[in-house]
Design a protein around this ligand. Structure first.
Ligand code: SF4
Length: 201
């Protein structure tokens, strides 16, 4: 198949999957507005989205045994292609049953897909990392400019609460250099109250 951008790339010892460039946010710190690639990738901007057949073909070119985890991340929000993400994860586990699968997400999957999507992840996804990014709805709106407006933040919190019931390993993260210092502790408290891990990245 022709080169359409890097669908899979190596980064920090993991294999990363970049299935889409769609995203409902426009975060001011988003790396994709600064550089075209990361890790072993040449370009994470996709000329078009790969089909499911192409994703399987590309994935089978990698030796999954050399990676601890497969991470859905890339230059877009992975849950924009939720069904394909899950099929890719299942396919990866059929090739390498010991591989862990993580989703790095903005937590807006339910708004994107118009329903509760947390149950879909059961038994397929091992870890979810959610970008909290801000301490409240106004701050999130000002930093991430979600197309869903002010309701995005509460939807992300609600998603976290429910996904924690399905997935044992859930982390919320903030971007250290972006968030006002005084907002770090309130963010940590949000994660604590939800009973999930907290990470400054
Ligand atoms: S949610 Fe992620 S991909 Fe989307 S704009 Fe924000 S940092 Fe970029």
């Amino acid at each position: 198949m022709e080169y359409i951008g890097d669908v899979f790339y190596e980064y920090g010892g993991g294999l990363y999957a970049n299935l889409t460039n769609r995203c409902p946010d426009r975060c001011e710190f988003c790396i994709r507005y600064m550089v075209d690639s990361l890790g072993g990738a040449d370009s994470l901007w996709l000329k078009r989205e790969p089909t499911m057949d192409e994703i399987k073909e590309l994935l089978s070119e990698w030796d999954l045994n050399q990676f601890y985890e497969l991470v859905f991340c890339g230059y877009g929000e992975p849950t924009e292609r939720l069904e394909d993400l899950l099929e890719t994860a299942r396919y990866a586990k059929s090739l390498c049953p010991k591989i862990k699968v993580r989703i790095n997400t903005n937590g807006l999957s339910d708004l994107i897909n118009g329903r509760d999507t947390t149950e879909d992840l059961r038994g397929v996804i091992d870890a979810v990392s959610i970008s909290l990014n801000a301490k409240g709805p106004e701050e999130y709106l000002a930093l991430c400019h979600p197309r869903f407006g002010l309701k995005a933040f509460d939807a992300m919190i609600d998603y976290t609460r429910r996904v924690k019931e399905v997935i044992p390993d859930v982390t919320m993260s903030i971007v250290g250099g972006t968030i006002p210092r005084d907002d770090v502790e309130p963010c940590r408290k949000i994660a604590e109250e939800l009973g999930v891990k907290f990470r400054i990245r």
